[in-house]
Design a protein. Structure first.
Ligand code: NAD
Ligand code: WQD
Length: 365
């Protein structure tokens, strides 16, 4: 009778939360989010809070500010514990693990500019590889066995056939940023072999863009943006004069590069879904993309038609290191995580533009 009542309560609770029972296994746990003040991290923290998780953020604020977290708190009406710590600081990290009890680590912290990584390899390997090692060491010492890692489509290398599918081997990486992601993936794989009760999900993001629909949080590049969407938004806003389209002679339908752009809120939702994959041990890999590539010119024309702005642009020479096109095969994430990117390119642009006009100086007040 008692078991029966427990089962009824459990089922009612599931319906109330609109969650499948499998989700309850990961519900209401303590998550440590490294790099949580950044672009993808802040959106993911919001989704985690909305999913009922307790969130602590660790960030050294080298490319962000805790204003993003203050805004996440105002959207969610929930609180986040903040720690301004560099993940390469072993002592500070040990104190943090000592003071909290974390069930899962979602690891975003790291440096991410491909071009900069070529001129600052030491900084990139230090933050991205040594920082990951420091984190892993504390996880071992404090018996934390589950981790989600921000990897990148860049680990497929230069010669992989499209669409990229997880069964492909990692390719040859051609810049320190890409190599740091490939090394970190390898580190987690080796570690999971040595510790068979550890679960790690490596999420390979394609091209995340967009912002939360409130316009309160979004991408906040410091200085001149490297990426297409923030640069285009700044041209539309008049902060920059013209957009340079890097290459018009690629073997693609309109001669410009094609990429798999996905909405950052879809990506953030995907992290919550990826927590379920940690219920079984081992190291798993998932592509996070839409499966539909768009060219640079298509993105410009979509931006103009959605916002009514004109984007002055020039087609210039190719950018070093750019591939003509790549996109994800997202089937595995659909089948195993029940995750599909649902937001359209138009929504990505509307939300980017809303964020841009509401926050012309980003989080600077
Ligand atoms: P971001 O720069 O906005 O966020 C990274 C955060 O990590 C920042 O808040 C930064 O201050 C923090 N950080 C950096 N080094 C740190 C350190 N040593 N200790 C503590 N905090 C540190 O970048 P993002 O776009 O949100 O990217 C998040 C993660 O996703 C990164 O690991 C990035 O490589 C990966 N990724 C990003 C993209 C993309 O296009 N944005 C694509 C694929 C993978
Ligand atoms: C997209 C397209 C450019 C700016 C990068 C990293 C990748 C991942 C995501 C982290 C390309 C073109 C761009 C501009 C342009 N990050 N472009 N004018 O290069 O696909 O991916 O971010 O893991 O590792 O390499 O993204 O937004 O820079 O470029 O024409 O001013 O837009 O040539 O074809 P990319 P992006």
């Amino acid at each position: 009778m008692r078991t029966y009542l427990c089962f009824i309560n459990y089922a009612v609770f599931c319906i109330y939360l609109n969650l499948s029972p499998k989700w309850l296994g990961v519900f209401l746990k303590n998550i440590l989010v490294t790099g949580g003040a950044g672009f993808i991290g802040s959106h993911t923290v919001l989704c985690l809070l909305n999913g009922g998780f307790n969130v602590s953020v660790v960030d050294n604020l080298c490319n962000s500010s805790f204003e993003s977290i203050t805004r996440v708190e105002s959207i969610s009406k929930k609180t986040v514990v903040r720690h301004c710590i560099d993940i390469t600081d072993d002592v500070a990290l040990a104190n943090l693990f000592q003071s909290g009890s974390f069930d899962v680590v979602v690891h975003f912290a790291g440096l991410k500019a491909v071009g900069e990584s070529v001129s600052k390899p030491v900084e990139y390997y230090n933050s991205n590889v040594y920082g990951t090692l420091c984190l892993l060491r504390q996880m071992i010492d404090f018996d934390v066995k589950k981790l989600v890692f921000s990897s990148s489509a860049t680990v497929y290398g230069e010669d992989a056939p499209t669409p990229y599918v997880e069964t492909l081997p990692r390719g040859v990486t051609v810049n320190p940023y890409a190599s740091s992601k490939a090394m970190s993936e390898r580190l987690f794989e080796d570690f999971c072999i040595a510790q068979p009760d550890m679960s790690v999900s490596l999420l390979r993001y394609f091209n995340p863009i967009g912002a939360h629909s409130s316009g309160l949080i979004g991408e906040n590049p410091l200085g001149v943006p490297n990426n297409l969407m923030p640069f285009m938004a700044q041209v539309a806003a008049g902060t920059r004069e013209r957009l340079s389209v890097f290459g018009g002679d690629y073997p693609t339908p309109d001669g410009t590069c094609r990429r798999d752009y996905l909405h950052v809120m879809d990506l953030a939702d995907g992290h919550v879904k990826a927590l379920a994959s940690l219920e079984t041990p081992g190291c798993k890999v998932f592509n996070f993309g839409t499966g539909n590539p768009h060219s640079v010119l298509e993105m410009i024309h979509a931006f103009e038609s959605v916002t009514g702005c004109v984007i002055p642009y020039d087609i210039v020479g190719r950018r070093n290191g750019d591939l003509a096109e790549f996109w994800a095969d997202p089937t595995k994430a659909k089948n195993e995580l029940d995750w599909v990117a649902t937001r359209s390119v138009e929504e990505m642009i509307i939300d980017t533009w809303n964020w841009q006009i509401l926050n012309p100086k980003g989080y600077e007040i």
